[in-house]
Design a protein around this ligand. Sequence first.
Ligand SMILES: O=C(O)c1ccccc1N[C@@H]1O[C@H](COP(=O)(O)O)[C@@H](O)[C@H]1O
Length: 239
Amino acid sequence: MSGTSSNPMSHRTRIKICGLTREQDVDAAVEAGADAVGFVLYPKSPRFVSATRAAELARRLPPFVSPVLLFVNESSEGIRAACDLVPAAWLQFHGDETPEQCAQAAGARPWMRAARIPLDESQAFDLVKFANLHEQARALLLDAHVEGYGGGGKAFNWSRLPTSVNAHLVLSGGLTPANVTEGIVQVRPRCKSLAVDVSSGVEAAKGVKDPEKIHRFVAAVRAADALLARSPNALLSAT
Ligand SMILES: O=C(O)c1ccccc1N[C@@H]1O[C@H](COP(=O)(O)O)[C@@H](O)[C@H]1O
């Protein structure tokens, strides 16, 4: 398995803005250039929306901006019902689901699996093994291991990741306009392609996005893309 930093697919970092609950926040994410928007269908989350509400918000999306339905240990009936309401959605499994449960619940739909990476660096996490276990996932989302499963605004140490992972990765966990450029520069050379996912880092309050932070986040992602276009392995070769 080798890293694919020279892969032209990897030259534009995709952006997902997650935890949307309001029309104006969906519009702000689209207007800023998001490729995907996420709806949290986990009742314990402060960003929870029902499947009906997610469908209502998803109907605002223009072509080629994908809705993502985020589940934490949801029943297969619950997942199926939500998918019926938001037919074009990607699925994000962010709980304790097994690879088999994810694949079975998703059926033909594209899905990604959250890997919850310990903040305590004395605890090991084998991402290559995780990728092999989840080979049917279209992407692996890397988040910090926080209480409540996610949306904790905490970043793990990106330099702990293996130098080469044969998977499409979605970097998340505590990303902000101030740190996302560095996150991309650190992680993109290690994988097939990279997207980033942010929730807390572009909020004014839990479940309420700040359009100005969204714009700054997107600008910081584009700055990383420009940096990597000039020097694809800038950070890895310096370490
Ligand atoms: O947003 C939530 O409340 C949430 C709840 C349960 C699981 C995942 C959740 N959000 C996802 O967590 C990561 C990191 O978010 P943050 O940027 O650190 O706030 C992200 O993928 C969210 O989609």
